[in-house]
Design a protein around this ligand. Structure first.
Ligand code: C5P
Length: 220
């Protein structure tokens, strides 16, 4: 049986891949997987439970047992709405620490495959093209310079009335980039056959259009 098509969009933190991926999914009427949200959910649950960040086996068990649901743009963890809570910068940093453990990554494979439903899926993360959906019909590495990403994140936070310092944001995202790229299991990399989409100088609309054009040329 032929599995539904997948567009895999990987890239570093704050590259805008979530925004682009969800808009592409909307345009195509595809499902959308925000795989980073899963790592953030494990990070939040482990914080609530007080699990040590280096305790890989306990974190793996916790990841396997998570009761999560994605409904109408809301994310529930054990029926608590955590949509906002998982977006906290500290939870993002914590997620990048626990994501290093193979036990945690393995526990989340099945749930990610579960998103692959007709008519298709747009999946965003770090290892969508390399590990989770190696047969993706289109593989994209979406990136921007660290400075451009820090500035985008800064504007988002200020617009929400959340105080932020550009230098701190730049430092945090460089730290996360380094950890995501250097880990032994499923590091952030440009997968074989992936196209690089540099968005520092592109608007969101231009980035979305590029992805849709690439998809069309793959499936024409
Ligand atoms: O994409 P987002 O910033 O929400 O991801 C949070 C963290 O989860 C990343 O810094 C990364 O360490 C981890 N992650 C991962 N693999 C994925 C998605 C996210 O390791 N597929």
């Amino acid at each position: 049986m032929k599995l539904p098509p997948v567009i895999a969009i990987d890239g570093p933190t704050a590259s805008g891949k979530g925004t682009v991926a969800s808009l592409v999914a909307e345009k195509l009427g595809f499902h959308y997987l925000d795989s980073g949200a899963l790592y953030r959910l494990v990070a939040l649950a482990s914080e609530k439970q007080g699990t040590d960040l280096q305790n890989a086996s306990e974190l793996g068990i916790l990841a396997k047992r998570l009761v999560i649901s994605f409904k109408n743009g809301q994310i529930l963890l054990n029926s608590e709405n955590v949509t906002q809570a998982i977006r906290d910068e500290n939870i993002g940093l914590r997620a990048s620490v626990i994501a290093v453990h193979p036990e945690v990554r393995q526990a989340l494979v099945g749930v990610q495959h579960g998103f692959r439903l007709v008519p298709g899926l747009v999946a965003d993360g770090r290892d969508m093209a390399s590990v989770i959906f190696p047969d993706a019909v289109l593989k994209i590495f979406l990136t921007a310079t660290a400075q451009a990403r820090a500035e985008r994140r800064y504007k988002q936070l200020i617009a929400k009335g959340i105080p932020a310092k550009l230098d701190d944001l730049l430092h945090d995202l460089q730290e996360r980039d380094a950890r995501d790229s250097s880990r032994g299991t499923a590091p952030l990399l440009v997968a074989d056959g992936a196209k690089v989409l540099e968005t520092s100088e592109l608007s969101i609309d231009q980035a979305v259009k590029t992805v849709l054009d690439w998809y069309q040329s793959k499936t024409a």
